[in-house]
Design a protein around this ligand. Structure first.
Ligand SMILES: [Mg+2]
Length: 424
């Protein structure tokens, strides 16, 4: 964490919390005395499980999602059966194939995963009005005060697991605790198909049972830094004074570590999400430093956003890229152009330039967000048409694809992805 020490963990969210005085996250004293109940719900091997649910013949088999064997590319997700072969996300597909030749290799069907994701999020809405989705397959549910409706927290969690199973045929792991940080750790505890509650008064015992490296938000760099001074367990880390922690890892990281080993929510997710005009973000199933996967994700986001822009008859000039790293440091970088972005392809290329400015190529990335703002009607003429020739054609192609899509054809952005990949 030394490199990012000045920025700290999830600086963006933290500052929002401080401004809003979010009582749940801001008051450390109340953490254990409050009667709040949070669930962290996390789907098990989500993409692969969707494939296994849609295709019963894949069940019980190693399913690997990403590029096809023989092509360049990486594993984007895989089933538990594939993990037994040592396969994991972000591994080059060639390596995965070397480990498991009989695996079922499938392309990413993001649209389908999003469809199921929406279904699951709708289920949550039936259990609580306070749902905070943090990725395609994860959400926090504030279940405080729902006992009369759904019974004890464990009973409510069983109901949620069962409802998801009935409606989507998928397995879920749920962690229950008095704050989001502990709930997030708890959902991992009994995965897959897990249900674990961190009981009041047992927070410290629970934390002591967790490996230092598994503490949510504690990055590899920090782990090495701590190992160098012989701190290898949660208990040992808890014994370090705040002043010393700040000295070792930087002010905000020090405070972060001091809080989490005591089970105090550091406020990574404040629950207040601003919705900028046209933007989208994706959290990787596993943090990744694979630049190909990262760029493919940006490509996917760029096309998604651009279709929305085309559909709304708008255009935008400000490109915004958000990166959240493995240690929850979040950076957002914007660039406002003198002309409006003309295609998903152009948006992609601009975003990659921003990525190259802010990413060292080594730090694992947890989340990528892309947005386009400074929107106006696309009937407004641009003041300066700097690159009319380069991207005009691309915009026309995308408009055609959008028109075809509207008429119900199966032509999707997958073909666009292909088109762009072949081009570049
Ligand atoms: Mg998951």
């Amino acid at each position: 964490m030394t490199q990012n020490a000045g920025k700290g963990f999830g600086t963006g969210e933290k500052s929002i919390i401080n401004v809003m005085h979010d009582p749940e996250n801001n008051s450390n004293r109340d953490t254990f005395s409050s009667a709040k109940v949070f669930f962290h719900v996390d789907m098990d091997a989500f993409y692969a499980s969707v494939e296994q649910s849609d295709n019963p013949e894949y069940r019980g088999k190693p399913v690997i999602i990403g590029a096809s064997p023989g092509k360049r590319g990486v594993v984007s997700a895989c089933s538990y059966e594939a993990r037994k072969f040592g396969i994991h996300s972000a591994m080059p597909i060639s390596q995965a194939y070397a480990r498991c030749r009989n695996g079922i290799y499938l392309p990413v069907r993001m649209k389908r995963y999003q469809e199921i994701s929406r279904q699951i999020m709708e289920i949550f809405d039936d259990f609580t009005p306070e749902v905070l989705q943090i990725s395609i397959d994860e959400a926090f549910l504030n279940m405080t005060g729902t006992e009369k409706l759904f019974g004890s927290p464990t009973e409510a969690a069983e109901k949620i697991k069962l409802t998801i199973k009935e409606k989507t045929n998928l397995n879920t792991s749920i962690g229950i605790a008095h704050n989001k940080f502990l709930a997030k750790l708890a959902s991992d505890h009994d995965k897959p198909d897990g249900l674990y509650e961190v009981q009041k008064g047992y927070e410290i015992d629970f934390l002591n049972s967790i490996k230092l490296g598994d503490l949510w938000g504690l990055g590899k760099k920090t782990l090495i830094l701590l190992e160098n001074i012989n701190i290898t367990t949660v208990q040992e880390l808890r014994a370090v004074k705040l002043r010393d922690l700040k000295h070792i890892t930087g002010n905000s990281s020090g405070e972060f570590l001091f809080n989490i080993v005591r089970g105090v929510d550091p406020g990574i997710y404040s629950g207040k999400i601003k919705k900028p005009s046209v933007s989208n973000e994706i959290t990787f199933e596993e943090d990744t430093e694979n630049s190909e996967l990262i760029k493919l994700t940006i490509l996917e986001l760029a096309h998604k956003i651009f279709f929305r822009i085309l559909e709304s008859g708008e255009k935008g000039r400000t490109v915004q890229l958000k990166l959240r790293f493995t240690d929850f440091t979040t950076v957002t970088i914007r660039e406002t152009l003198e002309y409006s972005v003309n295609s998903g392809e152009e948006l992609y290329k601009l975003a990659v330039k921003l990525l190259e400015k802010k990413w060292d190529g080594l730090t694992a990335v947890r989340l990528i967000g892309l947005g386009l703002s400074s929107l106006e009607s696309n009937k407004t003429p641009d003041q300066i048409e700097l690159f009319p020739n380069t991207y005009d054609q691309a915009r026309k192609v995308e408009q055609v694809v959008l028109d075809i899509k509207k008429r119900g054809s199966k032509l999707t952005k997958a073909s666009l992805l292909k088109h762009t990949r072949d081009d570049s």
